[in-house]
Ligand binder design. Structure first.
Ligand code: F6P
Length: 320
């Protein structure tokens, strides 16, 4: 099942988990509509046809939800009854931290063991360097910034571009680096606008220059920065909020590869009865962490992260 915000890579991971589980002698089912569907019994046997064309499709063909009802014990019990009726005795869930925590509660209530696959464009799950969907989202964001730069350059304008990421600045920091932005503001690093102003002054006064500021949504500063660039820096400034454009699209080669590796690993974990684990990528190695250790812990971009150091070396103003 898939849960929470969709992410490119969910479909290839479903394919890998289902196909490999069958290869390992299991009889896989799929849950539609995430935790809401689990409560309502939207569960079907996974046919061979189901996974045929999944590899290149964005979003999740199993659909997803952010369930409030699942916080309620009575609805969790209803979900458990649906599994029992079908003799389903283990689960694989892909999603973010909220989804992992929900299944942890479910395990505590009914002891249905499960494995988790980290899938969120925010890349904010503790214990793993990578969550499915991040590479595809980064590429979508870069296409957008590159397009905006054409207009920015043509009109000597500043653009503030807001990326998603919830409270984590990973998407903003990495795409600011990869688009050679001038400013990047993320929740993890306190910023001072006057220090940004000092750094930008030579650029502002240059003929034919433009300014690209990439701002993480978690800072909630995009509108303010747009006004500030207009008034303090005297630049004709526009705001582009990328929104859900970032979540969609066919998974990139990297996401397809990692999704397949994660899906296979999850199927192997539950076949080996190694339960309660979240699949992870650490360095270049696929591994897993006990969910009890990673659930509820948001991963942030550390101030000494490679991308942050590189951004500083490239003269991107982080405002500190
Ligand atoms: O967690 C993924 C994410 O896209 C966040 O970056 C964003 O804040 C949130 O989901 C948006 O959620 P929704 O699709 O429910 O509006």
């Amino acid at each position: 099942m898939t849960s929470g915000g969709d992410a490119a890579g969910m479909n290839p991971a479903i394919k890998a988990a289902v196909d490999h589980a069958r290869q390992l002698g299991m009889n896989p089912y799929v849950v539609y509509d995430g935790l809401e569907g689990l409560i309502d019994g939207k569960i079907k046997e996974a046919t061979r046809e189901l996974t045929n064309d999944m590899i290149y499709r964005g979003g999740t063909l199993l659909r997803s939800s952010r369930s409030k009802r699942f916080f309620d014990y009575e609805f969790r019990k209803q979900a458990y009854e649906h599994l029992k009726e079908r003799n389903i005795d283990k689960l694989i869930i892909m999603g973010g931290d909220g989804s992992f925590r929900a299944l942890n509660d479910f395990f505590n209530d009914f002891e249905v063991p499960f494995a988790g696959i980290p899938a969120t464009i925010d890349n904010d799950i503790a214990g793993t360097d990578y969550c499915l969907g991040v590479d595809t989202a980064q590429n979508v964001i870069l296409d957008c910034i590159d397009s905006v730069r054409d207009t920015a350059r043509s009109h000597h304008r500043a653009f503030v571009i807001e990326t998603m990421g919830r409270d984590c600045g990973y998407l903003a920091m990495t795409t600011a680096l990869c688009s050679a932005a001038d400013i990047c503001i993320v929740p993890e690093i306190p910023y001072d606008l006057e220090s940004i102003y000092k750094r930008l002054q030579p650029v502002i006064n240059e003929e034919g220059s433009c300014i690209i500021a990439v701002v993480a949504e978690g800072t909630r500063v995009a509108q303010y920065l747009t006004r500030w660039l207009t008034e303090r820096a005297g630049m004709d400034t526009r705001l582009t909020v990328l929104g859900h454009v970032q979540r969609g699209g066919s998974p990139s080669a990297y996401d397809r590869m990692l999704s397949t590796v994660f899906g296979v690993h999850a199927a192997q974990l539950i076949a080996a009865e190694n339960y309660g684990q979240a699949v992870a990528m650490v360095g270049n190695t696929v591994s897993h962490n006990p969910l009890s250790e990673v659930a509820g812990k948001t991963k942030f971009v550390p101030a000494d992260a490679q991308a942050v150091r590189a951004a500083r070396s490239m003269g991107i103003s982080l405002g500190d």
